[in-house]
Design a binder for this molecule. Structure first.
Ligand code: NAG
Ligand code: NAG
Ligand code: NAG
Ligand code: NAG
Ligand code: NAG
Length: 500
């Protein structure tokens, strides 16, 4: 009886010690109070709109050991900053309401400690091609506005396509905790996990980025990132003019230049109950359609476009927007761009996510295989505008284009990138990731990379408790565990012996 009681006590103490040890390594963080946060602001100036993101992290958890999450976001009303080209001051003014909102979101004592970055992407890359002066003017405008707020201004610039792809990849893998994890021993350690590739579909460009073990034949597509003491060899490419809005425009230009525009122009990707009148200049003003622009055309002329909702014709015309010939490398995706074979799992966000959601909602098909994707695109191209408007009234302005965008994604992913029955199931369509509902995109990765929030070398920092106290506690608990184990072994063997 006595033996049994002391055995129970020993086991209880042993359990207590183990639990205490676990708590010590896992929960130390939450005990600390009160939390002091640091904030950072990134303005994601896309081609069709700007979003202002506020991120935050614990003040004593800088240099890569804290978790940065999204705190708030504000969608700027109106178009992207490039749409204000030639209107002095307008681009800057468009940002004011959201910047005022961030003044409210972030505690006043933190304002002057908060870095603010503006990154512009493909919309401004295009403007810089068609009019470098206007793009400079727009950037100066937005810079002036941002500087008039009490934050720490860190620049307003146009990101290269390579940067946009790589930072999107950093965001995905940071939020998946694929770089470092908080380990059992009270230290951060490399996670030793496979990374996810990143697929981003914006308004004016689309990016693909992944770690590849194959040789990258074009140095334009290779990028090495050193994060937490580890090198990552990335393949990345940004396809300018392959964002969804520019693809829709190029499709229109293609239809206008291959059909007789004096009559009604048939649009095989528009719903069959949709027609509209279109101004020629709207189509041909972008640098993405220079090669298709007729030498002579009346900019004020308008044409009548009639939808036909014909999947096969839509697929045929969209395929013609890509070029699958002329590859100067051992293999290409399209347009002569080198791409190694797809490898690993992927996270597909922005318009990939929205389109996939609509396909699921409207056709009931969840895309996992190439067959699903073809089937869903076919079904959505067969829907009338009346039917879609009835089921999705809140998406009214996008409904006309879902067939074209779905077919475009089908051609891009299957024929262009080469996703197949084996690799497509490894593509996860998501908008947010991480604990804090953080949006996927380049902006978090950009802030992390150019601040000291992701170091190049390994971090070796213990949490909360100071190292002396931590070691003593570990030591005491270790002694407790060993003692209890010895007692248990002793008791059990004594019991065995007495039973014999
Ligand atoms: C982070 O690193 C910088 C220099 O790289 C250093 O000055 C700073 O004290 C570090 N902060 C923390 C919290 O370790
Ligand atoms: C515009 O493009 C040129 C040529 O690629 C580049 O040198 C320049 O830095 C770009 N302008 C901005 C504001 O990024
Ligand atoms: C492109 O669309 C037009 C109009 O619907 C159609 O006549 C033509 O056959 C299509 N082209 C291809 C290659 O499918
Ligand atoms: C890429 O994929 C193709 C077709 O699946 C295969 O024939 C080829 O060997 C692969 N290349 C490499 C480098 O793995
Ligand atoms: C397209 O819709 C019509 C009726 O509106 C239906 O009869 C036909 O089967 C549909 N085709 C596909 C491929 O879904």
């Amino acid at each position: 009886m006595d033996t049994q009681r002391s055995l129970i006590v020993s086991v209880a103490l042993l359990l207590f010690a183990i639990v205490a040890l676990l708590l010590l390594t896992v929960h130390v963080d939450e005990i600390q109070e009160p939390p002091q946060y640091m904030y950072g602001i990134v303005l994601d100036a896309g081609s069709s709109h700007t979003t202002v993101y506020v991120y935050r992290w614990l003040a004593d958890k800088q240099n890569g050991t804290g978790v940065v999450t999204q705190y708030s976001e504000c969608k700027v009303k109106g178009g992207g900053i490039s749409s204000y080209a030639g209107q002095q001051g307008a681009a800057g003014r468009s940002l004011e309401a959201c910047l005022k909102q961030t003044m409210v979101d972030i505690p006043p004592t933190r304002h002057n400690l908060t870095p603010v970055y503006l990154g512009a992407t493909a919309g401004m890359r295009l403007l810089n091609i068609s009019s470098p002066e206007k793009s400079m003017q727009v950037l100066q405008d937005v810079a002036e506005t941002i500087k008039s707020f009490p934050f720490k201004y860190q620049g307003a610039r146009i990101l290269s396509g390579k940067e946009e792809g790589a930072y999107g990849w950093v965001t995905v893998n940071y939020l998946q905790e694929n770089f470092i994890k908080y380990g059992f021993a009270g230290r951060w350690r490399n996670a030793d996990r496979d990374t996810f590739g990143a697929l981003d579909l914006g308004g004016a460009s689309t990016q693909i980025t992944f770690v590849s073990n194959d040789e990258i034949e074009d140095s334009e597509n290779s990028m090495t990132l050193r994060l937490y003491g580890q090198n990552y060899y990335l393949y990345t490419h940004s396809y300018l003019c392959y964002g969804q809005n520019e693809v829709l425009r190029r499709l229109l230009a293609h239809l206008l230049t291959t059909q007789d525009i004096t009559g009604i122009v048939h649009h095989p990707c528009y719903p069959s109950d949709h027609s509209e009148t279109l101004n020629m200049q709207q189509v041909f003003e972008s640098p993405c359609v220079t090669s298709q622009r007729p030498a002579l055309y009346n900019t004020q002329a308008s044409v009548i476009i009639q939808g036909t909702g014909n999947y096969q014709h839509c697929l045929g015309n969209i395929t013609e927007i890509f070029s699958f010939q002329n590859c100067p490398f051992s293999q290409c995706s399209f347009d002569g761009v080198f791409q190694p074979n797809i490898s690993g799992r992927f996270m597909a966000f922005s318009a990939f996510f929205y389109t996939r959601s609509f396909l699921k909602g409207s056709t009931g098909i969840a895309i996992r295989t190439p067959g699903h994707l073809r089937q869903a695109a076919q079904a959505v191209c067969n829907l009338t505008l009346v039917k879609m408007s009835k089921d999705f009234p809140e998406q009214k302005s996008y409904l006309r284009d879902y067939c074209a965008v779905s077919v475009y994604i089908q051609v891009l992913m299957l024929r262009g990138y080469g996703f197949d029955d084996h690799s497509l199931p490894g593509v996860y369509f998501q908008k947010l990731a991480g604990d804090g509902d953080t949006a996927l995109g380049w902006s978090l990765g950009y802030m992390l990379s150019i601040s000291s929030l992701i170091p190049e070398e390994t971090v070796n920092v213990r949490r909360a408790l100071n190292p002396g106290a931590w070691i003593s506690l570990m030591f005491l608990l270790a002694i407790l565990i060993s003692t209890m184990l010895l007692i248990i072994i002793f008791q059990v063997s004594r019991k065995k012996r007495s039973n014999v």
